[in-house]
Design a binder for this molecule. Sequence first.
Ligand SMILES: Nc1nc2c(ncn2[C@@H]2O[C@H](COP(=O)(O)OP(=O)(O)OP(=O)(O)O)[C@@H](O)[C@H]2O)c(=O)[nH]1
Length: 394
Amino acid sequence: MRFGKGAATLRMAARQDRPQGSAFGAGWRPGALADRLAGRLDPDAEREFGLALDRTLSDALPALGIVFGIGVLLFGAWDYWIAHELATTTVLVRLSLVLLGAPGYFAWGGRFPVAWRCALVYITHAGAMVCSSALLPGGLVLAMPAITGAMFPLALVEPRLRRLAGLVLPPALLFLLLGAKVLPPPVFASCALVYALVLVLVAAVALFQGRLLRADFLAERALAWTARHDSLSGVLARGYLVELAGHDLALARRYGRPLAIAMLDIDYFKRVNDRWGHAVGDALLCAVSRACSTQLRASDYFGRVGGEEFVCVMPETGEEEALACAERMRQAVAAIRLDTPGGAVACTISLGVAALDPAHADFGALLAAADAALYRAKAGGRDRVALAPHPAGE
Ligand SMILES: Nc1nc2c(ncn2[C@@H]2O[C@H](COP(=O)(O)OP(=O)(O)OP(=O)(O)O)[C@@H](O)[C@H]2O)c(=O)[nH]1
């Protein structure tokens, strides 16, 4: 199962804090035991896990259609073998119910929730098995392995218990209704008991599968977080920042929207390391990251691109607003006082701001413009903001 992310989700993830682990809350509530067994995650992670699972299900549905189609043909042949005089009727029942559920295989541009599509497919198809075998002599008993067996693969792809129950219970009720009508009472009782036992086993498989998939989801999420973030400061890593910025730059170009970046560098950082030691230098890098991040809009993002160099990307932001944001960051950093046993450590930053211009070939060109402006801020005395000139005016 792939837990891939679309560009929008990627951007959301960029602003998230470190991934949460399995955070099943303490305290008793209905379903708490099932939650514990399934390794249920905290609400946000569970929502994300559910979306990933829905994507997988949506992708799998068309392929399942081919498998189910072959199944319908094979069971039609089985009908002929059991009672060929009834087979035309049973095959028609099977086909009509399966065709009724067939729209569920298609995505319909995402107009219908995946849960509904799954329900339409599974309930009609399992209903087709139950109804047509109820028409055959002893058919319900003979078809029991297929009817109950089909629930196990379902539990593997849909391990969420409530959803699973919504899928398997309607065909189970249909089985009980028709079984009570066509089977002798002792046979019916025994079939109902076996059906109930299989339901319990299917629930156990779903719980176990849910636990495995959630562990897989958490591991993949933690790995993605580590790959996309700077391990020291927790802000975006260079590669991920460039990936996100490339996407936002393409959007800004396409729709003629503004976008600006600020590149910043801690002034005389070498002296901090030399005087206070690398541990204090590291703590200062974290403090600067925090101070700058708090000055940004929710749509902006901030990453570390070098030793003591950071970049802030501001989509939908023009030159003036970017300069104001850069100035806020400068002031926020200047206010930092890092308490150490040797005394309070302070620092300043220099910033270069560049606004997107049609002449910037790509994000690298915009970055180079901000870097040149940063160089001018350093040369001009540090602790200041410099704006990159428009490329045409250079
Ligand atoms: N503590 C710590 N230091 C780092 C890290 N990465 C880079 N540095 C240090 O950052 C310093 C950068 O020094 P320089 O490039 O000379 O720049 P500067 O001293 O800040 O001077 P200006 O940029 O010109 O104001 C070097 O001493 C690097 O060792 C890190 O992750 N942790």
